[in-house]
Design a protein around this ligand. Structure first.
Ligand code: SF4
Length: 383
């Protein structure tokens, strides 16, 4: 077994259910009743049974239940799923166990169920406090739901809470984003993810854009907002450990960090989940009916398996490492890809270090914090 195979894996489980589809949503999600949820749980169990023998010698140290809206499933679903995974895979004692919740479906009973099931990290999908903006995107969630969620979490002993903030919604302003950030800073939150709205094809938002019904946020406004958010969060002791992710020291998301490291494997279960195992990527079907039917017939839901070539890994290493505050390990890059980036890209790195856009320190190449907002253009030059 290689060193990489010795490193603990992450386990992702996709819950593809939502109340209704948000206009900007590109995830696989369906509105389904508890009977359909039960069929899905049975299919997940079948997939776990199919996979477990391949991981008898491996250990996991993170579980992430994401969606969709995992908090929407009936009471008892998550507890039952947790029992199944604990009895099928090996976990380190201090495994990070995250679940994503939506304030509109997160109840006290579910909170207790999750904690008893071993959940030790909760990610609250707040996105934006402006109910009007959210309603325009078809997202069902009220300020009352959000306040109840944080009251419940703040009054408990639960400490590891994260929240997502969406930036770039049509009509969103700097004030609107900052009021969301300031509200979250008053809660007992240890981690904040700030996401840029992407207008993906095949979404309702894309068709609104094509019909001229919405105006996307200007790049300059976006940049100003990101810089203000960065300033406010850093002032409150958050560390920007990745371009979109801030954490109080010791509260970085272990599971997400695996996605940025091409040497760590993760197993994805559920419809539309994908895995990265020892250099291969596996893609599960995106169709819920196919996923359930395949597993009922004892067939694998994986529809594509591909080997990640050295060239692709090289590109991903540059792109993903430079999005992190740690940066790109130049020694390791040289050892793994037989390329001295400081030599092959000497001119461009010199130009960028002179302009203080990047820095080379202790053999790591890093984008300076002030230039994270334009990181894409910097990364492209280094590929
Ligand atoms: S709640 Fe999340 S996953 Fe569900 S439709 Fe909205 S954006 Fe998509």
């Amino acid at each position: 077994m290689s060193d990489n195979e010795n490193r603990p894996l992450g386990l992702y489980i996709h819950i593809p259910f939502c109340n209704r589809k948000c206009d900007y949503c590109d995830f696989v999600s369906y509105s389904m009743d508890s009977k359909a949820q039960q069929l899905y749980l049975e299919a997940l169990f079948a997939e776990i049974d199919m996979q477990k023998s391949k991981f008898v010698d491996r250990v996991f140290d993170s579980i992430f239940i994401g969606g969709g809206t995992p908090s929407i499933v009936y009471e008892g679903f998550i507890a039952s799923l947790a029992r199944k995974i604990y009895s099928s895979f090996h976990f380190l004692e201090k495994t990070e166990f995250t679940i994503e919740v939506n304030p509109s479906s997160f109840t006290h009973e579910k909170f207790l169920e999750y904690v008893q099931a071993g959940v030790n990290r909760i990610s609250v999908g707040v996105q934006c406090l402006d109910e009007k903006l959210l309603r325009e995107q078809g997202r069902i969630q009220s300020m009352e739901n959000i306040e109840e969620t944080f009251k419940m979490l703040n009054n408990s002993l639960f400490t590891n809470v994260s929240s997502d903030v969406m930036i770039g919604l049509p009509g969103q302003t700097l004030d609107s984003v900052m009021s969301t950030i300031n509200y979250l800073l008053k809660q007992n939150i240890k981690h904040i993810s700030t996401y840029t709205l992407q207008i993906e094809r095949h979404t309702m938002l894309y068709s609104k854009l094509r019909k001229g019904k919405i105006t996307p946020m200007k790049d300059k406004t976006m940049e100003t907002i990101f810089n203000q958010v960065n300033k406010a969060l850093v002032k409150e002791g958050f560390v920007r450990y990745e371009i979109s992710n801030y954490a109080k020291p010791g509260f970085e998301c272990r599971h997400n960090k695996k996605y940025w490291d091409d040497e760590v494997s993760y197993l994805g279960l559920g419809v539309a989940a994908h895995s990265y195992i020892d250099g291969y990527r596996y893609y599960n079907t995106k169709r819920l009916d196919t996923y359930i039917d395949d597993l009922n017939e004892g067939k694998s839901p994986v529809y594509k398996r591909e080997y990640v070539s050295d060239e692709e890994r090289r590109t991903e290493r540059i792109m993903l490492s430079l999005r992190t505050s740690k940066g790109l390990d130049l020694e390791k890059f040289k050892a793994d890809f037989n390329e001295d980036l400081l030599r092959t890209h000497a001119d461009i790195i010199k130009k960028m270090t002179d302009k203080k856009m990047v820095e080379v320190k202790d053999n790591f190449l890093k984008i300076k914090d002030e230039y994270f907002a334009v990181s894409n253009s910097i990364i492209v030059e280094l590929l």
